[in-house]
Design a protein around this ligand. Sequence first.
Ligand code: F0G
Length: 481
Amino acid sequence: MRGVGQSPTVLKKEREGDFFMSKYVAEPFRIKMVEPIKMTTGEERLMKIKEADFNLFNLASEDVYIDLLTDSGTGAMSQEQWSAMFLGDEAYAGGRSYRKLIEAGRDVFNYDYIQPVHQGRAGEKILMPLLLKEGKFAVSNMHFDTTRAHVILAGGRPIDNVVPEGKLPNVRSKFKGNMDVERLEELIEEKGDKIGVIIQTITNNSAGGQPVSMKNMAEVYNIAKKYNIPLCIDAARFAENAFFIKRDEEGYRNTSIRDIVKEMFSYGDMFTMSAKKDFNVNMGGMLAIKDDKANSDLVQNIKASCINFEGFYTYGGLSGRELEAMSVGIYQGMEDSYLTYRIGQMEYLAARLDAAGVVYQSPVGGHGVYIDAKAMFPHIPYYEFPAQVLAIELYKEAGIRSCDIGSYMIGNDPDTNEQIESEFEFTRLAVPRQVYTQAHFDVMADALIAIKERASTIERGYKITWQPPILRHFQAKLDKI
Ligand code: F0G
């Protein structure tokens, strides 16, 4: 029987230290509704990717067999979420669904002011211009690409400051998403009051979904207090981060995820959140301020901006139905059995890659597996986008859609317009929640192994033939060199 955890390649695989053994964790749910997907032929895929100008964002989703472009808004909701949606109050102002979400948000995060927004970047769009202007800097353990864009659009400049091991895919250490605390103090000494905000991204998406430790969150918060700089948590994957703290940080094994979450959020002044990840909803976000009284100007400005850009502040660009699904997802996303299964899927794929010598950001993070494309294609330089090469090959090989988190994504320097060399070239396989099964994970592993075997025959990368000025990777056109 090839059931739960029976994959021969991983059964015996034990991780170093106290990292966990990886067998497939059985789903803590059964499936009630299915969506057909179809496999195309290799020939069809060659044609489709060419028509898409070698940009996977341009593919029609029906032409994708396993869609790992993002874990954002792509999950399968629970029966409780679907049924809650029927209770949505679609009132323009003062809706019941709004009050329910605010109550749940306060209960979980303990923040005074909570502003629903339609997704994470809407919160960034509202908040960044209130904290930054020309000449100011944002320092983050790593900015997600939309966060980086909103810092720049507000006139500021983003500085990424992850711990050194966060950039070394082969170094298997815990909490590789942490902020480099020493460097942070140096940056503050250097730049003085030019630092407008410190951003802790949990988990650290751009570094591979790597978690941030509670210790690091507390240290960074204390530094922010010492220098009186606002600390914003970019909280998209807060529940996955809490799971890693519970599993891997000393002193938390017997603390509940709920209590860990509450402590994590105590180390921030405000947060922006894409609820499309750990609330497991298709659409939604939050922007929150811990202390409404001390920051009432800030809250007034948030409300004003929200009304202009998102909608009245009691719905923030969301329907009452969507607010209801968030109010349920906020709790379900923190359940132990769910998180054990969720992180277990990543561990399973990672273990199969270990067995085949495919290098990835290790230990594996919370929402996906980040393949080290530099290791796969050492002969392809950053300006030919090795991580994009691998993403294209994965599509050609098995109809899998992934994306580049490397030089292609990072783009050009906003001041010099030169291509920036990213510190790593990852191809991200981001896993939607409660969507794919163990057999799909085997397809992913088999495809990566097949590509590794023929990697040296892929000699060159891609050049950009057209690009927009900001967030180019979503729309750019590429061609083979
Ligand atoms: N911050 C982080 C850490 C994110 O990962 C994302 C989105 C955002 C902010 C923006 O949120 O999409 O709701 O507007 N990440 C998705 C991804 C898109 O694929 O990693 P959004």
